[in-house]
Design a protein around this ligand. Structure first.
Ligand code: AMP
Length: 214
């Protein structure tokens, strides 16, 4: 079935992990603005240079940069039959820009996780510098320590996952991104999932929500 999905939730709520499940289960491409920006920083592109300061301090990259990236990515052929947005939109301005561009959203799935659990999760999170896949030292360890199961890349702790930056990111989430919950609720598109469970249990709830769309 044709589906344009958004995964909403605080940083560390498990959006990336659920997107990995969903891309396998549904065969939809995923678009993570965080991954696109990190790749741009690594390559030293103009967008990367602009984004670096915002990301390392835990603030949001300006809407116009994000909107440009997303529109460009969604115009590619593999998004014709649906896509999953991970970490975008993150502001009302970004959500309105998607609407203005005529990009229909089928459902926004909120992974609901309390802040104290987010802080614990982020402390153990490790990210592949090669492909961006995420792991957790306790709940989702790689088969071989510090080596990505997917691509063999090195696993590191993202700079913006240090506790102080995580607190800033959570504050930014509550102030700027959480209003999107009401935005999509008002449009009858919101599904709330308890994201504090294991990745598999959370995935089961996500799939249950998607069943309701049929
Ligand atoms: P993420 O990997 O989604 O947690 O994103 C990491 C960082 O990239 C965020 O803390 C922001 O600085 C930036 N970023 C990613 N996506 C967006 C977005 N949609 N709007 C603004 N900033 C973003």
């Amino acid at each position: 079935m044709f589906m344009n999905l958004i995964l909403l939730g605080a940083p560390g709520a498990g959006k990336g992990t659920q997107v990995e499940f969903l891309t396998k289960e549904r065969g939809l491409p995923s678009i993570s603005t965080g991954n696109i920006l990190r790749a741009a920083i690594k390559e030293g592109t103009p967008i990367g240079l602009k984004a670096q300061e915002y990301i390392s301090s835990g603030r949001l990259v300006p809407d116009e940069v994000i909107i440009g990236i997303v529109k460009e990515r969604l115009s590619q052929k593999d998004c014709e039959n649906g896509f999953i947005l991970d970490g975008v939109p993150r502001t009302i301005g970004q959500a309105e820009a998607l609407e203005k561009a005529g990009i229909e959203i089928t459902a926004a799935i909120l992974l609901d996780v309390p802040d104290n659990m987010i802080e614990q999760r982020m402390a153990g999170r490790r990210t592949c510098i090669g492909c961006g896949a995420t792991y957790h030292v306790v709940t989702k360890p790689p088969k071989k320590e510090n080596v990505c199961d997917e691509c063999g890349g090195e696993l590191t702790r993202r700079k913006d996952d240090d506790p102080e930056t995580v607190r800033t990111r959570l504050k930014v989430y509550h102030e700027e991104t959480e209003p999107l919950v009401d935005f999509y609720r008002e449009r009858g598109k919101l599904f709330v999932v308890d994201g504090s469970r294991s990745p598999e249990e959370t995935n089961a709830q996500v799939l249950e929500a998607l069943e309701k769309l049929k």
